[in-house]
Design a protein around this ligand. Structure first.
Ligand SMILES: *Cc1c(COP(=O)(O)O)cnc(C)c1O
Length: 379
């Protein structure tokens, strides 16, 4: 099956009870047993739930994996990966990453004795310089949030294999429509399904997808033992989101391109960060590993003025000022005070997250309306 067909049918069976075409919402915590252990494969909903299982199968299918796991949030999914590690282990992470991931690493897992190296991976060769005998995980986010840097997944996978280190990719921004990291030799794909996968800004969820059975077993153990699962209602919504992922992404990409080009041509705009531009430093890698360039764009105005950036996000009418991304509706954000406020200012500015940076999640409205909205706010 090709991607669009998988988005709709991948891993899905019609409901065995009544033939329901859409998986029912099994709003139950437990399952009747005829005799101790006499059940139909479901005992307790932390461990398994039929609606969640349908979703987990869909996750596995759209990422070209074998096993999918759904969690209560993207961070809960990352938390489960970190629990594969032991005190003394080291992690090499992208330096320009989602603020919440940085907070989880530095404020929680550092305290459990895990050491993190935050590394600029635009040149993937930089990863190798930080590898020691204790390195157990490489954490890649690409495109990065919010600077839209592109990291070469294939090169990262070769390095990880050579040193026998787990490689995980946060695929939230790209989605499996644009890139499928498992095909490049990545071990674990992670999603905040809150974003493009759910696609309608109506749920919070995380996902992990793997190919290796042993790794899947270890993660299922952690999922059940730590318990950060998602409920059946949210599973249903995410499954419904996946069925339109390909059509939504196509429009996000088209609108993203038009908005990026408009901003780049605007005399008051200093710089636009979007991997589809030929002059983006890693455009050639984006072109090789992604199908298109997505609808996430960051920009700064001439003069790099904080108050000007705040004025613009306040003036936007169709773009709602809000955290998050990837929904059908367009959002604007101010990373320095919102999504990335948990990263210290000096660290933030080193990677380009200056106070005047604005991030857009371009939705699937009529693009003329989006451009007119930006025009009135910037002019
Ligand atoms: C939102 C986000 C997360 C965290 O996911 P939650 O669902 O909010 O817990 C992780 N990585 C990226 C790139 C994100 O955008």
């Amino acid at each position: 099956m090709k991607f669009n067909t998988k988005a709709i049918h991948g891993g899905q069976k019609h409901d065995s009870a009544y033939g329901a075409v859409m998986p029912p919402i099994y709003q139950t915590s437990t399952y009747a047993q005829t005799t101790p252990g006499g059940h139909k494969g479901f005992e307790y909903s932390r461990t398994h739930n039929p609606t969640r299982q349908a979703l987990e199968n869909a996750f596995a299918s759209i990422e070209n994996g074998k096993y999918g796991l759904a969690f209560g949030s993207g961070l809960a999914a990352i938390d489960a990966i970190m629990k594969l590690l032991q005190p003394g282990d080291e992690v090499i992470s992208t330096n320009d990453l989602y603020g919440g991931s940085y907070r989880l690493f530095t404020k929680i897992f550092k305290g459990f004795g895990i050491k993190f190296h935050f590394v600029g991976m635009e040149n993937a060769g930089n990863i190798e310089k930080h590898i020691t005998k204790k390195t157990k995980l490489i954490w890649v986010e690409t495109p990065t949030n919010p600077m839209m840097n592109i990291i070469d997944i294939k090169v990262a996978a070769v390095i990880a294999k050579k040193h026998d280190i787990l490689l995980a990719v946060d695929n939230t921004f790209a989605t499996p429509y644009l890139q499928q990291p498992l095909d490049f030799g990545v071990d674990i794909v992670m999603h905040s399904a809150t974003k493009y996968i759910g696609g309608h800004s109506d749920l919070v969820m995380g996902a992990l997808i793997v190919k290796d059975e042993n790794l899947a077993d270890r993660l299922y153990f952690i999922q059940n033992a730590s318990g950060a699962i998602c409920g059946p209602q949210d599973s249903f919504l995410a499954l419904r989101g996946i069925k339109t992922l390909h059509v939504r992404m196509q429009r996000h990409c088209e609108n993203g391109r038009a908005v990026a080009e408009y901003l780049a041509s605007h005399p008051k705009i200093e710089k636009v960060y979007w991997p589809g531009f030929k002059n983006h430093p890693n455009h050639h890698i984006a072109k090789a590993q992604m199908k298109d360039y997505g609808g996430m764009i960051s920009f700064i105005t001439k003069g790099n003025d904080y108050t000007e950036a705040i004025r613009i996000v306040e003036k936007l009418k169709i773009f709602t000022l809000a955290e998050s991304l990837g929904g059908v509706e367009s959002l604007s954000g101010h990373p320095a005070s919102m999504t990335h406020a948990s990263i210290p200012k000096e660290e933030r500015e080193k990677i380009g997250v200056v106070d005047a940076l604005i991030r857009l999640s371009v939705g699937i409205e009529d693009v003329e309306d989006l451009i007119n909205d930006l025009k009135q706010a910037i002019d």
